[in-house]
Design a protein. Structure first.
Length: 217
């Protein structure tokens, strides 16, 4: 969640239990808004799956992505402020900042859902049973140095055809790649979010963690 205190021009963000100043970096407003939209959509999927399947890993990933969205919101607001040379410019940018604020609220809502899992509140067993029959699951896993996935392009792995799994996001340090392209190379330490059939995502997790060294055709 973003905490904004304006005194001249002063911004600070509250990351859960700590405060961290964000250094301004010039990034096109369009790029910032697109990334915020992509991340908020991903967060909603992750948050629902975290709650329905009681997954702390997915819930923790939502919180990490929420931090990134908060950073993007800061950069976008600052970029909009610096781009407004007069009242006409400010009015033209108003729609962008309103959409960005709404997108930020979506990410906060996803964080609230994830908190259900992290606080151990849980949901009714009947709901868990109903959604346990879902054909697709989400999984979050970090690639180990000895994983056979490391150093390979997504396209050459053919995960969709071989195990029915799609990589929908890769978090690498502070960068988040949503819907990575086929030429994206997997690196050690990447935190990957994948979607697929229960058996497929379990197999993918073993590959990423190095517990399985063969990708069957």
């Amino acid at each position: 969640m973003v905490v904004r205190c304006v005194c001249g021009v002063f911004w600070e963000f509250c990351w859960m239990t700590r405060f961290e100043k964000i250094k301004y970096k010039p990034v096109p407003v369009r790029d910032l808004l697109i990334e915020m939209k992509d991340l908020s959509e991903l967060m909603i999927d992750l948050a629902y799956s975290a709650a329905l399947f009681n997954s702390r890993l997915l819930a923790e990933e939502v919180i990490e992505l929420e931090k990134r969205v908060d950073t993007l919101a800061y950069l976008l607001d600052m970029s909009a402020m610096m781009a407004a040379r007069d009242a006409e410019d400010a009015e033209s940018l108003l729609g962008v900042t309103v959409v960005a604020a709404a997108t930020d609220k979506i990410s906060d809502a996803a964080g609230d859902i994830a908190a259900i899992v992290l606080r151990g509140i849980g949901i009714h067993p009947i709901v868990l049973e109903a959604f346990g029959r879902m054909e697709e699951r989400l999984i979050r896993v970090q690639t180990k140095p000895h994983s056979i996935l490391v150093g390979k392009r997504l396209g050459e792995l053919e995960l969709a055809s071989k195990m029915g799994v799609d990589v929908i996001a890769i978090r690498r340090d502070e960068e988040v790649i949503v819907n990575p392209k086929k030429d994206e190379v997997i690196k050690k330490g990447d935190i990957i979010t994948a979607r697929g059939a229960p058996g497929g995502v379990e197999e993918f997790e073993k590959l990423a963690e190095g517990a399985m060294q063969t990708l069957e055709s």
